[in-house]
Write a protein that binds this ligand. Structure first.
Ligand code: FAD
Length: 308
């Protein structure tokens, strides 16, 4: 079956749901797709304490609040994976297993995945000493000793967030041991101990993380820590979008400040968008911005048609 709507939103994380809340309060028709659990990443967050206006909430409960708000606006989620997108002049065709959706604009809110290290105990210590986001959970390690592992720019930024907060920070990376500009900023802090050329090899503890072992060839070191932040690779869910000429593999999608991509009518919001701070509050903000920008875009299409 072919279904026509004004707008498609792909993904029901915070970003997609925020866009849907804004669009539900307009006259435009839209379809919001989700291939997995509604709420996206929210479903795996134990506790959120930095979403303004909400003192302390589990990710699951915040997802439920969003879902209830969508229900109150008569928005229902289409539990379907979008498998392919094509551009057809000013229109976009989105293919699910069963149906084809033809829309004038697309809001991409597909998020990203975090590559875990795949070590024993890793899953059982998530939320019990292991966190993949220092900006989110660093506060729980206030005045404690922590270890942050990572090689990319994000690791340095997250380490800079932690230094003012924790008692001692082991900053471990497996890059060579050259002093980079970023590292120079870090070593100014007396509570930072840099260890280069090592990888995390084991998480240790009973019930809660107690220590972390790192390894370089045959050499091993173990540190007692309250929390560890293994910040390995972030993988954007962008596999769909090469079909419409958006960014290459393994890249986050660049946008302007309206969340518009390089393609007219296509917007990217939330964690899939190239930006420095990937948080619930910025995902919600992106959704609101893209929803209002998309309306202006649809109005401009209408005007173009009238002018012809
Ligand atoms: C462990 C952890 C803790 C965190 N803690 C905090 C915190 O305390 N505070 C904070 O502000 N932020 C926190 N964050 C960050 C925050 O969760 C994210 O920035 C935010 O939730 C991202 O929302 P999103 O909508 O962009 O993406 P997501 O929540 O990832 O949603 C994307 C959705 O798109 C769906 N999707 C993907 N492809 C398709 C497709 N082809 N068809 C249909 N659906 C598709 C996915 O199934 C998913 O549901 C944390 C992140 C992690 C990993």
């Amino acid at each position: 079956m072919t279904i026509k709507k004004d707008i498609a939103i792909i993904g029901t994380g915070v970003a997609g749901m925020s866009a849907a809340i804004y669009l539900a309060r307009t006259k435009y028709t839209f379809e919001i797709f989700e291939k997995s659990a509604i709420g996206g990443k929210l479903n795996i967050i134990n506790k959120i304490e930095n979403y303004p206006g909400v003192k302390d909430i589990s990710g699951f409960d915040l997802a439920m609040d969003f879902i209830n708000q969508l229900k109150s606006l008569d928005v229902s989620v289409n539990n379907t994976e979008i498998l392919k997108i094509e551009k057809d002049n000013n229109l976009f065709k989105l293919y699910s297993k069963k149906d084809t959706y033809v829309v004038k604009a697309v809001i991409i809110a597909t998020g990203m995945q975090i590559k875990k290290l795949g070590l024993a105990n890793e899953e059982s210590f998530i939320g019990k000493g292991i966190s993949y986001c220092a900006t989110c959970d660093g506060f729980f390690a206030k005045d404690k000793t922590v270890l942050l592992y990572g090689n990319e720019d994000r690791a340095y930024l997250e380490a800079l967030f932690l230094v003012g907060l924790v008692k001692k920070l082991y900053f471990v990376h497996d890059n060579n041991c050259e002093i980079t500009d970023n590292f120079e900023k870090l070593i100014k802090y007396p509570n930072v101990i840099e260890i280069c050329g090592y990888k995390i090899s084991a998480y240790n503890g009973v019930g809660h993380l107690e220590s972390v072992t790192i390894k370089k060839s045959q050499k091993e070191k173990t540190f007692e820590v309250s929390m560890v932040f293994p910040l390995s690779k972030e993988i954007p869910n962008n596999y769909l979008f090469s079909g419409i000429g958006l960014n290459n593999k393994d890249k986050f999608i660049s946008t302007d400040e309206d969340c518009k991509t390089s393609i007219d009518g296509v917007y990217a919001i939330g964690d899939i968008r190239k930006k420095k701070l990937k948080q619930v509050v910025t995902a919600a903000s992106d959704g609101a911005i893209a929803a209002t920008a998309v309306i202006k875009y649809l109005l401009s299409l209408k005007k173009d048609e009238q002018d012809k």
